[in-house]
Design a protein around this ligand. Sequence first.
Ligand code: 3PY
Ligand code: MG
Length: 262
Amino acid sequence: MTLASRLAAGEIVFTAWSGIPDALTVEVIAAQNFDTITLDMQHGGHHEDSVLRGIVPVLRAGRHPAVRIPVGRFDMASRALDFGAEAVIAPMVNSVADARLFAAAMKYPPLGERSWGPTFAFPRQGKGDFAEWLAESNKRTVSFAMIETRSALEALDGILDTPGIDAVFVGPSDFSIAWTNGKAVNATLEDMMEAIADIAARTRKAGKYAGIFVVDPSFTGRFAEMGFQFMALGGEQKLIAVGAQSLLDAARCSIAEKTSRA
Ligand code: 3PY
Ligand code: MG
């Protein structure tokens, strides 16, 4: 199953968010139970070389590799696909013009302008032959346009109408900054939840998929109800902190139980 076919089947998938640019770290995360792993080049430390190498452990673990590119680096969207990514997340897609450039980099002609050369992707993922790869690629790859500003919200219908844009991904932290005119950064701001629900509803109505970065996992039920299917959790600092805290809590709790019985 590809990520695209799982989304098409209506599944909710969780992606781990990775910002430490090392294939060994990615290997450890890929061994956990996430459906996909996203390598973050925007705010995370991932770069071309770490993406090229980091996709290997993701595929080896049977997870779907995704990459968030830096702002406006649509050339990197094509490269991420050539390295074997199944999905690319483009931050700050604030206009139809941005969406068109992103879609052009993601899709082979006639839909887009992606240049031929799946140098690493084909041997890593390829089954069949080049003709089949060419015929299937536009359907297999998922392009997520990030909606995280007021201008993106205003342009949403046009972005959703852009051929080659398969999905949107809400960045709730940037969205909260925009929503409060720079007064707050709060990914769970109640005041903006109606707007976020509306983004998901319009996306689903347009026949596309909705994703969101989840800061507080207790929100995933609400997000699923709104229609979000691709939910991001992480990155490493948080995964390690949560894991370490739960180990320590369990260890301290066991000692506390013994001493209270003594
Ligand atoms: C945001 O919340 O702004 C993001 O970009 C999440 O990654
Ligand atoms: Mg953001």
